[in-house]
Design a protein. Structure first.
Length: 423
């Protein structure tokens, strides 16, 4: 007796799981409901394949980032730690022949404090005490004082927010208790808003024209019928696949596995998976599907639409998550391509390498009087560029505020004036 062969994966792309579930016949012979069912069936299979491919690419890209970024980040971290130590040493004892004037000392100090703040913000616990000691050595305000000031500011914001919510704040109230009171008030507000929204929706539903209410009722009935159709398919499968009726151990094991797949498919409302199991159980073929009444076929199509919408939402969410990870604009969703993610990853890894090399170069500059002068000039230029960018951002903000406040006619007149000045 030959050994029982393993059943194909329910969600695989080969063997029985790849069998198309569609009504047989040429397009001219099929009814509108049958054509719709076939279209949705084909669309669902295409979306499944796209999702599976995307999931594989997601795993590959994330693993690549973990494998390739770890050594780059470690090298960059070593370069930053060494640069911090060198800046600290230079500020305490400049290289022989170099004189640090007030402006140059301040530029180096600002750069040192900025590097320490960035490193501490990343949450790396290594060298924290040493970094804080270096920071406090060169800063007019210690890190502990800055933290206390920050926490006091947060406390003031919490108290102000609590007052807006109508919560009485006691002077000696614990901050955690205050947060809890705020969260309770927000939950109560959300519940009240939800109740009001439900009431408004009910009022709108009752005020809708009779034709619209009838259409909504038909849709609700169609969804109910679709759910009943799903149950009917599952019951027929359960009757055919029940393992307790089998005496042969191999067949019992096979049907147990199929029954488990049917249970999972039913819980997920995966009609197409149940159809595939029906094919395996010899309960369904294109000819039998062609004999399904139109009304039931339309119910099947409703379920397929829901499945297709769910899978497309999963695809969109996964694409958005990948764009976030690899720091790409959401406009890339229009023509999503994982090759562009590989390109973005290559650029990020190259950026890490460039930053590391820049810090190594800065360490070399600190070692000599001439190099120190070059570094001070570069730091001054960076600050000038940062000031210009901040000024441009403020100017753009003021232009937006002005445009909001000035009538449209005067906006056009002002724009012409600005254009004439530039000319």
């Amino acid at each position: 007796m030959p050994e029982a062969t393993a059943q194909p994966s329910l969600f695989g792309l080969e063997d029985a799981s790849a069998l198309p579930v569609a009504v047989s016949g040429s397009p001219r012979q099929l009814s509108k409901a049958q054509k719709e069912f076939n279209r949705l069936s084909a669309g669902l299979e295409s979306a499944r394949r796209e999702l599976e491919t995307l999931q594989g690419e997601n795993e590959r890209l994330r693993q690549r980032w973990l494998d390739e970024s770890a050594p780059r980040l470690a090298a960059l971290d070593r370069a930053i730690r060494a640069l911090i130590a060198d800046l600290d040493a230079t500020l305490r004892r400049p290289p022989p022949g170099a004189a640090l004037r007030k402006r140059g000392r301040q530029a180096l100090t600002d750069y040192l404090l900025e590097l320490i703040e960035e490193r501490l913000e990343r949450g790396d616990g290594r060298d924290r005490d040493l970094l804080e000691a270096i920071y406090d050595r060169h800063s007019e305000v210690s890190l502990s004082d800055l933290r206390e000031e920050h926490e006091a500011g947060l406390r003031d914001e919490l108290e102000s927010f609590a007052e807006e919510l109508g919560i009485e704040v006691e002077e000696d109230s614990d901050e955690d208790a205050l947060r809890e009171h705020i969260e309770e008030a927000l939950r109560a507000r959300a519940a009240a808003e939800a109740a009001e929204a439900t009431q408004r929706a009910e009022k709108r539903r009752q005020s809708r024209p009779a034709k619209e209410r009838a259409a909504a009722a038909r849709r609700e009935q169609a969804l109910h019928d679709a759910g009943q159709s799903l149950r009917d398919v599952f019951r027929r499968l359960a009757s055919a696949l029940h393992p307790d009726r089998e005496t042969d151990p191999a067949e019992r094991a096979r049907k147990t596995e199929l029954m488990q797949q049917a249970n999972r498919a039913y819980e997920a409302k995966d009609l197409m998976a149940l159809f595939r199991l029906q094919v395996e159980a010899d309960q369904l073929d294109p000819e039998r599907l062609a004999a399904v009444p139109e009304e039931r076929l339309r119910g099947y199509s409703l379920l397929l639409k829901e499945q297709l919408a769910t899978i497309r939402a999963e695809i969109a969410n996964l694409q958005s998550a990948l764009l976030d990870v690899f720091d790409m604009p959401y406009a890339a969703l229009r023509r999503f391509d994982t090759r562009s993610l590989d390109h973005s990853l290559n650029e990020q890894l190259a950026d890490l390498r460039r930053i590391e090399q820049a810090h190594l170069r800065e360490r070399e500059l600190l070692a000599s009087p001439g190099g120190l002068r070059v570094l001070l000039v570069e730091l001054s230029e960076r600050q000038r560029q940062a000031d210009l960018e901040e000024a441009d951002a403020l100017a753009a903000l003021f232009d937006l505020i002005e445009d909001d406040m000035v009538p449209a006619g005067r906006q056009r007149q002002a724009a012409r004036g600005r254009k004439g000045k530039r000319a």
